[in-house]
Design a protein around this ligand. Structure first.
Ligand SMILES: *Cc1c(COP(=O)(O)O)cnc(C)c1O
Length: 336
């Protein structure tokens, strides 16, 4: 069966690189949403915790419960709310703030310019009012960069807005509140890191989408994808391969099928612009639901060792390549 390896040493290397910027592991909250970007929530949580990371970010309550045992502190971005002392819940609107149970820990999301989620800056006073009147537990104030990984002024503009929100909260006498806006792009590009936390996602998994001008971040991909041989045949010149026969053998050649396909979340792409596997050349013809064809007869092939490279081929981002990989594919932690 196809399988995914997770490189412990590459993961730890990436975490160390980021820790150099934050100054401490305590300031890293590892983002494990959506099955740890497709890497596997449990093995990634386990490794992060063994490395000394104590905080995590997940999409919803269900994901939080799955990894609860590995962390002291989990930020939940959305969905169902159910009080737990080690969970904090992202609150995105005044209506939600009015309705939440009074005993949850609140991570108040402020819209600093992305316009996706969070209260607007001019709603801050009203939010503070509700929090005080209802005696809610404000644990953190957060925001999210729309384009930390792109050249442009948006990053600075949003950061200014965040500082405005921060000062306002602090001037209202709230104590012990943590402030965080940085994602991977934010932490990679910032000079001095001055906030309490980075919510570290893609960088931990080994990818940077920053333009070259920001310099080489020296991150290493954690995930590699392997597939196993199902069968082999020898084709004559002119024989066709797969649905629609879109690959035509240019000469006599040995072709094998391997057990990965779009049913596993690998992209179907186009047979006329084939993806080049890590060690066995281009995919031949159309990708089937559970199979691909490659030249040769190796028992096992490495399909992908760098999702950023693969994402460029498929005109998408590394996030989408790794997230799509089916949770049913076995994940194996390797120490190298
Ligand atoms: C996914 C997510 C992150 C992590 O972003 P990366 O670019 O993967 O580092 C941080 N904060 C929020 C709110 C997110 O949804």
């Amino acid at each position: 069966m196809a399988y995914i390896t997770l490189s412990r040493s590459n993961f730890y290397h990436n975490l160390s690189q980021i820790a150099l910027k934050t100054g401490s592991l305590d300031k890293i909250a590892i983002v494990l949403k959506d099955n740890a970007y497709g890497h596997g929530a449990i093995p990634m949580a386990q490794m992060a915790s063994e490395f000394g990371i104590r905080k995590a970010v997940v999409r919803n309550y269900k994901e939080a419960i799955e990894i609860e045992q590995y962390f002291d502190d989990i930020i939940i971005l959305g969905g169902e709310i159910d009080p737990k002392p080690n969970f904090s819940f992202t609150i995105n609107s005044l209506e939600a703030l009015k309705a939440v149970p009074f005993d949850i820990r609140i991570e108040l999301k402020v819209d600093t310019g992305m316009h996706r989620n969070g209260i607007m800056l001019d709603e801050l006073d009203a939010a503070i009012d509700i929090i005080k009147k209802r005696e809610l537990k404000l644990t953190g104030v957060m925001s999210h960069f729309a384009s930390a990984d792109e050249l442009g002024s948006e990053y600075f503009y949003q950061y200014q807005n965040f500082k405005y929100a921060k000062n306002k909260i602090l001037s209202q006498g709230f104590e012990g509140v943590r402030f965080h806006i940085h994602n991977s792009g934010g932490i990679l590009r910032c000079g001095e890191f001055e906030e309490d936390l980075v919510r570290l996602g893609i960088g931990a998994y080994g990818y940077s989408h920053m333009p070259q001008s920001f310099g080489d971040m020296n991150l290493k991909p954690v995930m590699s994808l392997y597939a196993k041989r199902v069968s082999t045949r020898i084709l004559r010149k002119g024989d066709r391969v797969g649905y629609g026969g879109e690959y035509i053998a240019p000469r006599e050649m040995t072709v094998s099928t391997y057990d990965i396909g779009y049913g596993d979340g690998w992209r179907r792409g186009s047979a006329f612009d084939p993806y080049i596997t890590h060690d066995s050349g281009p995919i031949l013809g159309k990708v089937s639901m559970d199979l691909v064809s490659l030249e040769g007869d190796k028992d096992e092939v490495c399909i992908m060792s760098d999702a950023l490279k693969a994402s460029k081929h498929y005109h998408t981002i590394s996030y989408e390549i790794t997230c799509a990989l089916h949770p049913g594919i076995e994940r194996i932690v390797v120490d190298s």
